[in-house]
Structures are given as C-alpha cells and as structure tokens.
Design a protein around this ligand. Structure first.
Ligand code: SF4
Ligand code: SF4
Length: 269
C-alpha cells in the first residue's frame, strides 16, 4: 500500500523509516498555500471514508457515489475509492475553501501524511511487516527545508495519523496478504466486491449483516450486535473479521455448529 498525493510526485530515492528526519514547514502565509489541494490523487482508506461521511452527514453509499471514483491499490487488483476532484481548470479538491481545507479535522490520511508517502511490505524471511516512507518533493510545494526538523514519528503524531493507522490495521494486513499471493493468483469479482463493501461501505455492510443470513451463519455476541448498530468503527472491525474469515481463511468469526456441519459457509454479499 502506498499513500499517494500528487500525480507527478518526485519521490526522493532514499527510503526512510520512522526515526528518519526531514525539515518542513506549511503555513497559510506561504505563496503555495493550498496548491497541494489541486490535481491530487487521493486514495481513501476505510477510516477516511468513515470520518468524511460522518463529517458531511452522509451515508457511506452517498459519500462514495458523490465524492469518489474507483481505483486500485498499487500492485494488486484490490479496489479502493479515489477522491474525485472538481472538473474546473485546476482540478480542485471539492473540500477546499478560501481559508484552506474545509474538513481539516477529518481530512484523509494522504493529506495528513503529505509531503510523505507511506508504504508497507511483508518480509517473508522475518515474517514481519515493515513500514517505509519517502519524501515527496513536488515543485509546487515550497515547504521543504524550511521550519523545524522532525522525525517521521513526530510528524505522524502532529498530524493525527496514529488513530487512522490503528483503525486501518485489518485493511493493511489484508492488502499485504494479497500482495504476498503474487500477481498470478486471480481473485474472483464477487470477492473483490465483498472487499469493497466491507472496507469502504460501512452502511451497506450494516444492512447486509442485519438483513441477510449473516447472523444465522456467524456467531456475534449480543453486546457486539448492539455496538455495531450505532458505531461505524465497531462495524468496520466486524467487516475486517468477516473478510479475514471468508477471504483469508483466518477464522476470526466463529461459525454456528449446525451451519458448519451441513454447509460450506456462503453468505451472498
Ligand atoms: S481534503 Fe482538504 S487537505 Fe486534502 S486535498 Fe482536499 S482540501 Fe486539501
Ligand atoms: S507548503 Fe506544501 S503542503 Fe503546505 S500549503 Fe504549500 S504546497 Fe501545500
């Protein structure tokens, strides 16, 4: 997974880790203020969709339809919503207002990381996941080498990134697992649709859980049922468990005994 903003990013060849430092400043008074909010390629994570649709008072169906288009996660066939820019000359972000980002507190992860690009890979030999980062140097951004020196970890704290990364962890694990299967494994279309609904369309997934045979197939505690009715993040957690169970064979959700005995488990998405 790579977090990407500008389409013509110049990514410094040096790979950085969480303790690497960079020097950067971003102030309203700068001549480039909000230039980075135009013609940007912003892929949305599950946490982004929930924060933004809540902020805008929309259902996830409505949000996805109005503000996104379909993209694919780098080096995979896994779908991901990409923010639609306006159709004006500069392809401006629809959330840009005169004073800056109109949804600043709920801006997506890509905007929080910028000018960094973040990625992750699975080290098969060590059986561990490794985070890596790169500095994105676009000529339109004048903030490089100004201001104070920060470690990447300080930047992540400063920009409120950590809760996003924590919410998205089930999603990043699935992406890494998909990548580890290699490009010659084909994922059926229906499976990709399940992935999209579970990861990005929380309201549709909620309807699916309560209106289909889902709860006859999987054991979900009464306490969890109550929570997922109202709480989008709890619903997302259930979606990750379901996807990991059905798509990755990880057994995160328990299957009712009589179902397991009689049937291979299948719930239509
Ligand atoms: S969401 Fe906000 S920060 Fe991100 S590109 Fe749009 S206006 Fe800029
Ligand atoms: S310094 Fe860079 S990130 Fe800040 S407003 Fe200017 S272009 Fe955007």
């Amino acid at each position: 997974m790579r977090v990407q903003k500008g389409k013509n990013d110049l990514i410094a060849p040096v790979q950085m880790d969480i303790n690497s430092t960079f020097t950067f400043a971003c102030e309203k008074e700068m001549a480039c203020f909000t230039q980075c909010c135009k013609d940007a390629h912003i892929m949305l994570t599950p946490c982004d969709v929930i924060r933004m649709k809540q902020r805008l008072g929309l259902s996830s169906d409505e949000f996805l339809q109005i503000y996104t288009t379909l993209g694919y996660i780098e080096k995979t066939d896994l779908p991901i919503p990409v923010m639609k820019m306006l159709e004006d000359e500069k392809k401006t972000c629809p959330f840009l207002v005169e004073s800056g980002c109109g949804i600043y507190e709920d801006r997506p992860l890509t905007c929080r990381y910028y000018p960094l690009s973040a990625g992750m890979f699975h080290n098969r030999d060590l059986n561990s996941d490794k985070h890596f980062f790169a500095l994105v140097k676009e000529s339109r951004c004048l903030g490089h080498d100004l201001g104070r020196e920060l470690t990447i970890e300080e930047w992540r704290k400063d920009q409120g990134i950590i809760p996003y990364d924590e919410t998205n962890i089930g999603w990043t694990e699935m992406i890494l697992k998909r990548k580890s299967l290699g490009p010659f494994v084909t994922i059926p279309e229906k499976t990709l649709q399940m992935f999209f609904m579970g990861c990005y369309n929380v309201d549709r997934f909620r309807r699916f859980v309560f209106d289909s045979l889902f709860l006859n197939v999987y054991i979900v505690s009464e306490e969890r049922k109550k929570k997922i009715l109202e709480d989008d993040l709890a619903m997302l957690g259930l979606a990750f468990d379901w996807l990991k169970t059905t798509l990755m064979g990880e057994g995160k959700l328990e299957i009712r005994e009589q179902v397991a005995e009689t049937n291979p488990v299948e719930v239509d998405a």
